[in-house]
Design a binder for this molecule. Structure first.
Ligand code: ZN
Ligand code: CU
Length: 483
């Protein structure tokens, strides 16, 4: 029985093919029909003429592990048309880990010690089932999370017994439904991990068809070495690799995506490789002196010791306090920052690359977050596609739907066709635009009109509906549905 008919819109189906005029019928949690449809008794009609009807967007790079519980309406994402998030990126996942001391950075980006209370990944996924959010979640296991849970010191390679323990927890997570493992080799908790440690764990991913995503060891001078390390891990283990938030950082490396993208293209020709990016020239993570030194400008996003400084520039804070920036960084700890470290030409080159998926990398618990948290997807559609003409709207949508679902194995998502899950985003192609800025980062985008998740409306007319129809997407079920 048809529940909804979205009438008279232009369908962009996520494959990259040109839009066409069609009505879309939703029955239960599925797309029932796409075409010229008559009226159906009992079905609710929505006039979407002049609007684009697209598959719900997939945010392949998130840190929403705890946000799914803390803010179940998920407005930061639903307001952008996002219907599925991939959690656990950059080596940090909330599970499986029990903590009674302060989490080491960057684990503190997603929670305090009390939040790390899922000793088993199955428990985390069950908690999502019990308290579902408004969007779907496909979950990665963080390599740093595994390290913190198994190792007595983090500044060295894992010993055999520790590696065995990490492997056991990873296996439990995969058995529970995790879609893969992420690493954050640039960060202190994982920087001591040699390639062999990653390869040993990645080998567990291969038999179950899971994937490996990586925030590489280096995105600066040694970026090419890091790309090769990432590809080698994928080859050794026989698993797909996703290069997270691809960029080249620091003034000395401006322009170097013209070197990295051909290297990535060559890797794609011989093994399974993907990449994601966010559409901004500034990055964001925990506040560190090393990162601040190579940035052109730093904005403080949160600080436990000086919360009132969130939203201010590091140089201004240092001047106010009459100290060096390095000293200010120390006094603000623990803290987070936005770093201006990229060149606009690189950002555009990576976005234009045909294999690039869109991921926000938003940090949902920051008090003054990077605007990518609320703006990444509309910014690609509005600024980069419509205004700058980087690619047609159909191609922009493909990079946030069909391409992403295929890479991450999200069966029945990322496509708008009969039989697919009814994750649907309706937006105004003339009005879609990001409004979140570095000054006012939590401003919802304009132009997103209706968002359906599993056939239920979660966002309508610039506000959440209160529906929480998202699901924990378990790998095994998605694999079974693909057969
Ligand atoms: Zn990262
Ligand atoms: Cu990240």
């Amino acid at each position: 029985m048809t529940d909804w008919i979205l009438r008279g819109g232009d369908v962009i189906d996520g494959s990259g093919r040109p839009r066409w005029r069609a009505d879309v019928a939703i029955a239960g949690d599925r797309i029932a029909a796409v075409g010229t449809l008559g009226r159906v008794a009992g079905a609710r009609e929505v006039d979407v003429s002049g609007k684009i009807v697209a598959p719900g967007f997939i945010d392949v790079h998130t840190h929403d592990d705890r946000a799914l519980f803390a803010t179940p309406e998920m407005s930061a994402k639903a307001s952008q048309g996002v219907t599925t998030v991939v959690t656990g990126n950059c080596g940090i996942s909330l599970a499986p880990l029990l903590l009674d001391e302060t989490p080491p950075p960057p684990l503190d980006l997603i929670g305090d010690s009390a939040d790390y209370r899922y000793g088993r990944f199955a428990g985390y996924l069950d908690a999502l089932d019990a308290a579902p959010p408004a969007v779907n979640a496909a979950c990665l296991v963080g390599h740093s999370t595994l390290r913190v849970g198994a190792m007595s010191a983090l500044d060295r390679p894992a010993r055999d017994a520790e590696l065995a323990q990490m492997g056991k927890r990873l296996q439990e997570a995969l058995d529970a439904g995790a879609i893969g493992m992420s690493s954050g080799l640039a960060y202190a908790p994982a920087a001591g991990a040699p390639a062999a440690e990653i390869e040993a764990l990645a080998r567990l991913l291969q038999p179950v068809g899971a994937l490996y995503t990586t925030h590489m060891r280096n995105e600066g001078a040694a970026v090419l070495d890091s790309l090769e390390e990432s590809f080698a891990a994928g080859r050794a283990a026989g698993v797909p690799v996703v290069i997270s938030h691809h960029k080249t950082i620091g003034r000395d490396n401006f322009g170097r995506t013209s070197e990295t993208l051909p290297v990535i293209a060559a890797a794609i020709a011989r093994q399974e490789v993907g990449l994601d990016a966010y559409p901004y020239i500034a990055s964001s993570t925990v506040l560190s002196a090393a990162q601040a030194e190579r940035a052109l400008k730093v904005l403080v996003t949160w600080s436990k010791s000086a919360p009132e400084q969130a939203g201010r520039e590091l140089s201004t804070i240092a001047a106010d306090w009459g100290v060096s920036e390095r000293e200010a960084v120390d006094r603000l700890q623990p803290a987070g920052g936005v770093y201006w470290t990229m060149d606009e030409a690189d950002v555009q080159r990576v976005l234009r690359f045909e294999h690039t998926m869109i991921g926000s990398d938003g940090l949902p618990h920051d008090s003054h977050p990077h605007p990518r948290l609320w703006g990444a997807f509309p910014r690609v559609l509005g600024h980069y596609s419509r205004e700058l003409g980087l690619f047609p709207l159909e191609e922009a949508v493909r990079r946030m739907t069909g391409l992403s679902a295929a890479r991450f194995g999200l069966t029945g998502r990322g496509t708008l066709s009969p039989g697919a899950y009814a994750d649907v985003t309706v937006f105004d192609p003339a009005a879609i635009t990001d409004r979140a800025t570095f000054e006012a980062p939590m401003t919802p985008a304009a132009g997103i009109e209706h968002v359906f998740v599993n056939g239920r409306p979660v966002w309508t007319g610039s506000k959440p509906t209160g529906e929480r129809s998202g699901r924990a997407l378990r790998r095994q079920q998605m694999q079974a549905e693909a057969r």
